[in-house]
Structures are given as C-alpha cells and as structure tokens.
Ligand binder design. Structure first.
Ligand code: HGY
Ligand code: MN
Ligand code: MN
Length: 420
C-alpha cells in the first residue's frame, strides 16, 4: 500500500458518523421550526448564529477564519506550503424559509468533519484545506441565489449584489454590518482568490440514489437555469363599482400568462422544470381589483437549446396576454448546464469505488455553488440520498450512515488533492 493510499484510508477511517450527526443537530437548532425544519434565511439573526458556531468550531480545530465582502466564510487549515492555492470544500448554511436541516448544511458540516478527521489522523497536507460557507445560496430573502459564489468568481458583480434589498427594504450591505460585528476575528478574503479545487457535498434532493440503493452520487454536472421576474401593472379599482370593460385587472392578466406559459413549457419527456414559486397580487385587499402582480419563474432544463427555446417564448407570451395592463419581464440570472470533468470528478468516482460504497453517476437537477466554482477551478460534487427526495421542505431527512459515507468520500478527495 503506498503512503498516499494509507493516508486516504486513515482519513476515511477517522470520519466519525456520530460526531457528524451531532454537528447537524447542533446546527439545526438555529432557525429550528416547530415542524422539524429550519428557517435560516441569508444574513438573518439565525444565519448569523449559525455562522458564529461555524467560526467557533473552526477555531477549536486550529483553523483561521476568512470572510469576503459578501460575507462568504472560509475556515482555513494550513498545509506545509502556505502559498499553494487551497483545496476547498463546503456549501451553504442559509436555508429556504421552510427549509430542511440538511440542504446546504451537509456540505459545510461534512467539511468540518473532514477537518476533524485530518486532525485525528495526524495528516499534514501540502496545500491548505478550506471549508466554505457561501452567502445566500438559496435566494429566498435576497434574489438571485447562489450569490456568494457568483460574486466570488465575478467580483465586478459585488456592487450590484450589495444593493439588493429584501421585501422589508433591507439591503445586503446593511445586513452585512451585523455579520461583521458578529465575526470580528474574520480576516479579509479577496474575491476570486485562487482555489486549486472545489468539492461540494450535498443531499440529492431527488430520488435516484434512494430508488437505486446507492449511497453516494458522483455528480456529472448541474442542469442549466433561467430565472425571470414578471411585473404586471394595471389599476387598483373598486370591486363593487368597476365594470369589467373598465378594469385593468393585473391578476386576471397574470393568471392567463401563467396558464399559457405552463402549457408552452409542458413536455412529454417531463425533463423541463417550469416553476412559478412566487406570485403576489397588490394591494391584496379582497375588495380591490389588483393593480399589480409580481411573479417569479424558475426554468430549468439540461439541454441548453431546449431551455433557450422555451425561455425565449416567455416575454412574447406575457406581452400578448397583457391586455389593458403593462408587463415587464426581466431575467436576473441565467446559467448553462455545467459538466464536471477532470481531477475532482475522477477523484470522487475513484474514492467511492476504493471505499466500496455503492455509487452512481447522476446530473444535478438543483443548483449549487459548485456551478460557479467550476468557472475558476476543477470542481465536483458528492451527493447523498435524502428521504423520498424531499427538500425545500421541513420534512427533509437523511440518515447518519449516508451522511458519513459521503463524508468519507469528501475526506479522501480533499486529502488526495491537498497532498498533491
Ligand atoms: O434552487 C436550487 O436549486 C437550490 O437548491 N437553491
Ligand atoms: Mn442547497
Ligand atoms: Mn436549496
């Protein structure tokens, strides 16, 4: 057995299933909801509490804490070569408003468990190892999502993102004041600081692993996405006195748009993912004809041409059905399908095989920070099953054994690439 093989065996053996589960349960306390999920939206007090706990865990493990201008955090374990770009793992601690205990948190906590395992096995890597917590992956409070990693690789987007405001009118720049105050020991991290490789652990959020009896997913890529924000503007009017012929009813027009768009996006293969996840009528009073409707479209498809064809029809269909109203269609975010190839993908696949863990290759339907990191370094993902594929739902669940199996793979990938 070579020295590296022995080191990889040691770090995987040092992953502690019970400790990893405890990390999850401690983290899940922040933003815990009565139905067993979490509401820990980006830069809220609950998110800040989670960040402080992550920083405390990192300090106890001998790591330094770094933070960039959008609040993404990096726990850094030094290697023998401090100038070498780090091998990075991690994900996000923010959640959807009715999120689960594992979406995002798993990737961060698996990274922290890797730090424990490296320390327990007494392994010195050449490259530094870093565990990331990317700001605002979910995009519920501040849109768009996957924001922290997007700004990290595209620093010129920082001013636009700092100015993004939530529904209460609070900007990210304003919310960041409390984050910095809570993490005074964080050292500044320049955006787009070089990274040698990035591997992200995540629950699958679908059922392929569970249905096939596999414990680890070797992720081949992330399907492309287009996000739209539609505003329909009519005129508030009295529900009792305004005849139909004089109405500029924004709700009636918006409902016709959504129905027509759903028909347009319907595909026999059930590959297209067309979602209207937010639909708000204003002023929202029962006896007022709505003068304004805002709704969001989340369009995803693995085939770039199909997504382009479907997405390009959205604006014309909305305009054709606006009637007496005006309609605006903006597209704040779009990303093509990204394919994971190269060192990280190969290392994930080799590690699952080496550890004898039942595994399969699969494409991610969900978006992740690894999509953005693939623009600056070899990137990849390790999936673990979640119960019945349920996610973005408080009932989200996973098993300690599956979480640990994925973490053993992440530990070997990080160690192999950091020793190289
Ligand atoms: O929406 C997504 O794909 C991710 O879970 N935020
Ligand atoms: Mn996620
Ligand atoms: Mn999510």
């Amino acid at each position: 057995m070579s020295d590296l093989d022995r080191t990889l065996a040691d770090v995987a053996a040092a992953v502690d299933e019970a400790r990893l589960w405890r990390l999850h349960m401690e983290m899940a306390a922040f933003g815990a909801t009565p139905r067993g999920g979490v509401c820990r939206e980006a830069l809220t007090p609950e998110d800040i509490e989670a960040r402080v706990l992550m920083a405390e865990w990192g300090a106890a493990l001998g790591c330094s804490l770094h933070m960039d201008e959008l609040g993404s955090m990096f726990l850094r374990r030094e290697g023998t070569d401090p100038d070498a770009p780090p091998v990075m793992t991690g994900s996000h601690l923010d959640s959807q408003p009715t999120g689960g205990r594992f979406d995002g948190a798993y990737g961060v906590l698996a990274g922290i468990e890797v730090l424990h395992a490296l320390n327990a096995a007494g392994i010195r890597t050449r490259r530094p190892v870093e565990v990331a917590n990317w700001t605002n992956e979910e995009g519920g409070r501040f849109t768009p999502g996957v924001m922290g990693s997007q700004v990290y690789v595209n620093p010129d987007e920082l001013p636009r993102m700092l100015a993004v405001r939530d529904a209460a009118g609070v900007s990210i720049a304003e919310a960041m004041v409390a984050v910095r105050a809570a993490l005074p020991g964080a050292r500044p991290r320049a955006l787009r600081t070089p990274v040698h490789a990035f591997v992200e652990g995540h629950i699958e959020q679908a059922t392929l692993l569970e249905e096939s009896g596999n414990q680890v997913g070797v992720v081949t890529g992330i399907q492309g996405t287009r996000k739209f924000r539609i505003t329909v503007t009519g005129e508030d009017a009295h529900a009792g006195t305004t005849p139909r012929r004089r109405r500029r009813d924004a709700l009636s027009a918006a409902v016709a748009m959504v129905s027509a768009l759903e028909r347009m996006a319907w595909d026999r293969e059930d590959e297209c993912r067309f979602t209207v996840g937010r639909f708000q009528a204003f002023p929202g009073a029962p006896s007022v004809v709505p003068g304004r409707v805002e709704f969001a479209i989340d369009l995803r498809h693995p085939d770039d041409a199909a997504r382009r064809r479907i997405g390009d029809q959205i604006k014309p269909i909305c305009e054709a059905l606006a009637g007496a109203c005006e309609v605006s269609v903006v597209e704040p975010q779009a990303a093509d399908t990204v394919w994971f190839t190269g060192a990280v993908f190969e290392s994930v696949r080799a590690s699952a095989a080496r550890l004898g863990i039942p595994h399969m290759e699969l494409l991610s339907g969900a978006g992740h920070d690894a999509r953005n990191m693939a623009a600056i370094c070899p990137s990849g993902m390790v999936f673990v099953p979640c119960e019945r594929g349920i996610s973005h739902n408080e009932a989200e669940n996973a098993t300690p054994a599956d979480l640990a199996a994925g973490t053993r793979v992440i530990a070997q990938v990080v160690t192999e690439l950091a020793c190289g």
